[in-house]
Design a protein around this ligand. Structure first.
Ligand code: PMT
Length: 397
């Protein structure tokens, strides 16, 4: 997978820098073309001559002191993938803020390729909120964070923060460079619970946290899809996710129906109100005015609207049920979906607000496939893999 590909190995200043020499050797063994870039601090741990001897070309050591006019842009544009190994807390901080004052951060900023970051630092530094913020930013920018592992650290300490073994990093670099399973797809996901106004202060809502929908959106984005996430909650940060904030079922219907004709697949995981106050009060309802009469009317059925579209996307609905699967199987047959994901919201660890979910996939012919209790992240990843397995986007048919 890496044969013939241009890999930039960026080495920053931690004791794990000595392992970068072996990583360079392994990258060459699998056929990659390797160039290197080093920070000043890394040279305290690894001689540039070592990397030059292994790769056949001298590392870029700075922005100004070389024959090359603009070494960072030349290197950034040449790269098919950049791997920062080891990545110190300081280097990650510069990558996260775009503070391109050294050769590594300038090279990354001048690139358009996948970036793999292999952190190496002491546990306290890794767990510090500043590092956690930088990691979240880098993930949001589309970087792949490889590690760290637990084990021996500098100075005889032990703990989380050790750089992954070079062979593990090699695997991750190979994965990052291959297009994701959903590369080129457009995906629509709905998440969260709708809110239907009773008056300017109060609403009819539900218990959805948006975790399930967010996990699906993130899994699709990480698989390379361009994701439109129509949601009532904060969306996960990822450069492939376009967030559309909505509140009511009507807002959600408008946004979903607008986006649906342009996408290859739609996964509607939001908990949408089935009824809304027919005439929300303009002013705040007051206790002194007596018990209000709230008349309800049905909300639009968003799923049914997408199902009825002439050239509709591959359609995945969710069903929040309690107890037997009978109602969900009937829904899968009636709702015009390609796939229904049923979750029993009364089960411990399943449904609303939890970090885990136990789901059953149901197809319109009534066939079911039950998955064990998994993290919502894992349900998202597996569901995206299922969609890829079951559906070919129109352009590829
Ligand atoms: O957000 P979390 O806290 O992580 O919880 C996840 C979840 C429990 C909300 C999620 O896993 C889930 O089950 N979502 C669907 C909830 C739901 O509304 O189920 P339903 O059986 O009422 O609706 C069936 C399908 O029709 C859903 O795809 C729903 O989005 C859709 N629907 C419902 C009503 C409506 N007016 N329009 C719709 O499109």
């Amino acid at each position: 997978m890496l044969a013939g590909r241009h890999v930039v190995l960026a080495v920053s200043g931690g004791v794990a820098a000595y392992k970068a020499a072996y990583l360079a050797r392994r990258l060459l063994e699998v056929g990659a073309e390797v160039r290197t870039v080093m920070t000043d601090a890394s040279r305290q741990f690894l001689g540039p001559q070592t990397l030059a001897a292994i790769t056949g070309s001298a590392p870029v050591l700075g922005l100004f002191d070389q024959e090359e006019v603009s070494p960072h842009t030349t290197l950034g544009q040449w790269a098919d993938v950049i791997v920062v190994a080891p990545a110190t807390a300081a280097t990650m901080s510069r990558l996260a803020t775009g503070l391109s004052v050294d050769a590594i951060s300038a090279t990354v900023l001048a690139s358009r390729c996948p970036v793999v970051v292999a952190p190496a630092m002491h546990t306290e530094m890794w767990e510090h909120p500043a590092t956690a913020r930088n990691v979240a930013t880098l993930i949001g920018d589309g970087c792949v964070i490889a590690g760290p592992a637990t084990g021996a650290l500098a100075g005889g300490d032990e703990g989380l923060g050790r750089m992954l073994d070079p062979d593990e990093i090699l695997e991750i670099v190979a994965g990052a460079i291959s297009p994701g399973a959903m590369y080129g797809w457009k995906i629509l996901v709905s998440a969260g619970g709708t809110r239907e106004a009773i008056d300017p202060v109060r609403y009819i809502g539900n218990r959805s946290s948006g975790k399930m929908g967010n996990a699906i959106a993130l899994a699709a984005a990480e698989a390379g899809a361009q994701v439109t996430l129509v949601t009532t909650v904060a969306a996960p940060a990822h450069r492939n996710i376009d967030e559309v904030q909505v509140e009511s079922a009507q807002d959600m219907a408008d946004a979903v129906w607008k986006a649906a004709p342009q996408v290859d697949a739609a996964v509607l995981a939001a908990a949408v109100a089935d009824f809304r106050p027919a005439d929300p009060a303009v002013g705040k309802l007051r206790r002194a005015e007596g018990l209000p009469q709230v008349h309800l009317e049905p909300t639009p059925d968003i799923l049914a609207g997408v199902a009825a579209m002439v050239d509709r996307p591959y359609l995945v609905g969710f069903a929040a049920e309690v107890g037997s699967l009978e109602v969900a199987i009937e829904k899968a047959q009636r709702k015009g979906v390609d796939l229904l994901v049923a979750n029993d919201v009364a089960r411990t660890g399943s449904g609303f607000g939890t970090d885990t979910n136990e789901v059953t996939l149901i197809t319109p012919d009534g066939a079911t496939e039950a998955w064990e209790l998994l993290s919502k992240a894992e349900v998202g990843t597996r569901l995206i893999a299922e969609i890829v397995r079951r559906h070919q986007p129109a352009g590829e048919r």
